[in-house]
Design a protein around this ligand. Sequence first.
Ligand code: EPZ
Length: 418
Amino acid sequence: MVQKLEIKGGIPLAGEVSIGGAKNAALPALAASLLTEEEVVIKNLPEVRDVDTMLQLLEYMGVSYERESDSVVRMKAGAPSEDVAPYEMVKKMRASVLVLGPLTARYGEARVSLPGGCAIGVRPINLHLDGLKKLGAEIEIDHGYVQTRCKILKGAEIEFEQVTVTGTENLMMAATLAEGRTLLDNCAIEPEVTDLANMLVKMGAKIDGIGTRRLVIDGVDKLNGIDYEVIPDRIETGTYIVAGLITGGEITVTNCCPKHLEEVLKKMKEANAVLEIGEDYVRVKHSPELKGTNIKTIPYPGFPTDMQAQFMALMTRAQGTSVITENIFENRFMHVAELVRFGADIVIDGHTAVVRGPSKLIGAHVMATDLRASAGLLLAGLAAENTTVVHRVYHLDRGYEKICRKLGGLGARIKRVP
Ligand code: EPZ
């Protein structure tokens, strides 16, 4: 049943909200369970739809699992199953491609449906496949499926022609069981990539250069099982900080890792936000009128593309002009038309959107299109007068856990309606 979120806006938020585990660290960590026959326990999993989808997919691949609690899963990757990661599953979640590297490395083959494009862009996986080829895998694409085959992967030198987060993660996982040394150059260094590298080392992998764009991986015969706790979600953190700012409230975001969000916090302060930043919390204080601020999305440690829609929503309430440039995806401005329907003044020119504020936002019926665009609309709804209804809320449920409970806990008037 397609659900909607109904928000009564204009209420300054107050109180405390605790951040869950990072979706984009949990997904590769779950896929890494394929690399060993021993038991892997992953903790601090967020309660989001994508984690459920990844677990279903892994079960297809022969992984047995049991949920110890909402945030802990115990997994064991038995013998490979002939099953293929089917299209209907993979199209729901592109991160399904993260099983390619581990399956090929551990079982010598994998069959995964090619993820179609998605709302924010074509999002090819050529860099993943080129890298696996360099490690010695044969790659075949037929009827929309990609089939990899190899006896044993052999270490190689691979340079990514452009920074790719899941591409780096896929090849790092594959290289841990390849014969010999693999050099990965121009790697992504997002905190989630580093988190996966730390998990693999704990499993017995040999990886040097963690946290840098140059990873040196010496293959080992096998990896052992472990207990691993994923890092807090930096995008959920940024989203709730914006919720505090855009409603003119005073909230504390706890159980988070501010150092993973440095560029975002820097830009918020540039916009006059008053933030108290601790080791594992950020306190949003009453801020003077925010001022327009320019951002450009680039790979970490730059401003993250996954915070672009949320920051744009905030800038509709700021005094002056904000120039927002999206450099990562070719079509990540779907939230603009919807924000304009709230009354925002935003003009798109190619990869740039120019926001003029402050605009008075009036609640409206709006349509979510992708995970982070929906977050931007939800934030605008919290600030807008009257009532906002966000349709197709399943987009939000993919990456934000317990939205009504967490926002309700901050005093927001929000409920899920069929
Ligand atoms: C990861 O996607 C995240 N997903 C995305 O988060 C995030 O927006 C993105 O990184 C950028 O930070 C997960 O980690 C599960 P990329 P990913 O490969 O790995 C092009 C969210 O909201 N490219 O770094 O798919 C690609 O088209 C999601 O949680 C190729 O051309 O992103 C894009 O323009 C949305 N060929 C750019 O590189 C390839 O083989 C960066 O993509 C791979 C990527």
